[in-house]
Design a protein around this ligand. Structure first.
Ligand SMILES: Cc1cc2nc3c(=O)[nH]c(=O)nc-3n(C[C@H](O)[C@H](O)[C@H](O)COP(=O)(O)OP(=O)(O)OC[C@H]3O[C@@H](n4cnc5c(N)ncnc54)[C@H](O)[C@@H]3O)c2cc1C
Length: 384
């Protein structure tokens, strides 16, 4: 498609955030919405490389509230957007093997229950009974929410991109933003590899690359890219169809069903920041050893595929929503490893802010960019 010469708003980044924002802005009646993605296809950044997990189980009120608003949007995606997204409610089982995690798990369940999420607190024996195919002799406690599960990230992105387009938004791939022109502290235009677009509003939705886009506008965005990776296996008959999304919390090791096999990932706590998206083979071996110790039947399985992607991490592991010191330059990003599930409501919230001037669905005003300079950080414990 030809690049429009002007826009009411330019959204930079065609992952779940940009696609959801484009749809919600168009749906709210903003006419000339332009969504730019530098790759050939939408959703090939963090979104397309993610594990697809969606959960209510967080440790801060704001994250639970984001899930309470966003997961029902994924549940009714087909009705609202017209796209099947394969939301499978297998439940998330978080397993605690350290005493201090048990106390935190208890607090988290209380918080989630108070906000209306029916998460259950389990004993170590309950954990062992729930996943008999796994070795959890050291489990002290667990938490389980049967509404948690997995959905398909690409379907969510393409659903929003298609729906935005039907509402008149222009969506352009292979368009890399190279400059954000600012005059008198106001956004004036964006320059891209396909030409320039005059606009007074820009939404930075560039995920792990959001700090680079911030720099183009002279705005400091504290989002750091951290590599995370996973692999999938051949079928494992010992693993039941209804295996929950299991997280060995102390090791940040997780498993969920992927077809007749498994998807397995583990966070490398020593991973240095950077944009390298190649699989770290040595750490993959460490992950396999840890996974086989928990699920011995995996020893018989082969690896089908593996890949790495980038978390977009902020200093307090909470996202950034809102305005910046440059007039007309907005940001949504920094979801620190759980943005796929919050993407639907995040785009809706940005449309509320841009069209109405305030957030309505969830009050995320505490998650502004200014909190980092002002020391108002909000820490999340359940980061995997
Ligand atoms: C391995 C892994 C597992 C994960 N698992 C989960 C999970 O189970 N559940 C969950 O909720 N979240 C998960 N996440 C996190 C989730 O993927 C992200 O939080 C979310 O996808 C971020 O979406 P985004 O739209 O902000 O970023 P992205 O999807 O990265 O989109 C940003 C886009 O901006 C584009 N871009 C960058 N620079 C430019 C430019 N100059 N011009 C134009 N376009 C540009 C990029 O190409 C990219 O497509 C996981 C992430 C990883 C890496």
């Amino acid at each position: 498609m030809n690049l429009p010469r002007t826009a009411d708003i330019v959204i930079i980044g065609g992952g779940v955030m940009g696609a959801s924002a484009a749809y919600h802005l168009a749906q709210r009646g903003v006419r000339n919405v332009v969504l730019l993605e530098r790759e050939e296809f939408f959703g090939t950044g963090a979104t397309g490389r993610c594990a697809g997990g969606v959960r209510y189980q967080f440790s801060t009120e704001i994250n639970v509230r984001l899930s309470m608003a966003s997961l029902p949007m994924i549940d009714r995606f087909k009705e609202e957007i017209g796209q099947e997204v394969s939301y499978r409610k297998c439940g998330y089982l978080l397993v605690a093997t350290r005493e201090n995690d048990v106390a935190a798990f208890r607090r988290n369940v209380e918080l989630q229950n108070r906000l209306g999420a029916p998460t259950e607190l389990l004993s170590g024996d309950d954990v062992r009974a729930r996943v008999p195919s796994m070795v959890f002799a050291d489990a002290l406690a667990g938490t389980f929410n049967r509404h948690d599960g997995v959905a398909d990230p690409n379907s969510v992105v393409m659903g929003y991109v298609g729906a935005a387009r039907r509402l008149g938004a222009k969506v352009v791939s292979r368009a890399e933003v190279t400059e954000v022109r600012v005059g008198g502290n106001k956004v004036e235009a964006v320059e891209t590899t396909l030409g320039s677009i005059e606009t007074h509003l820009v939404l930075n939705a560039a995920g792990p690359w959001a700090s680079e886009i911030g720099r183009l506008a002279g705005v400091d965005v504290p989002i750091v890219p951290i590599r995370r990776q996973m692999f999938t296996t051949t079928p494992i008959p010992a693993v039941p169809d209804d295996l929950p999304f299991v997280i060995d919390f102390a090791q940040s090791l997780y498993f969920h069903r992927e077809g007749a096999g498994l998807l397995v990932g583990m966070s490398n706590t020593r991973q240095a920041p950077g944009y390298d998206q190649r699989v770290d083979e040595a750490f993959e071996l460490t992950t396999m050893e840890a996974a086989v110790a928990r699920l011995p039947s995996m020893r018989e399985a082969g690896r089908v595929s593996h890949w790495a992607g980038l978390y977009e991490v902020t200093p307090d592991a909470h996202p950034i929503f809102g305005t910046t010191p440059v007039d007309g330059f907005y940001i949504v990003g920094g979801f620190s490893g759980h943005g796929f599930m919050h993407g639907p409501v995040a785009g809706k919230l940005m449309a509320e802010l841009i069209v109405d001037g305030s957030f309505a669905t969830v009050d995320v005003s505490a998650l502004d960019l200014a909190r980092f300079d002002e020391g108002r950080l909000v820490h999340e414990y359940n980061v995997v």
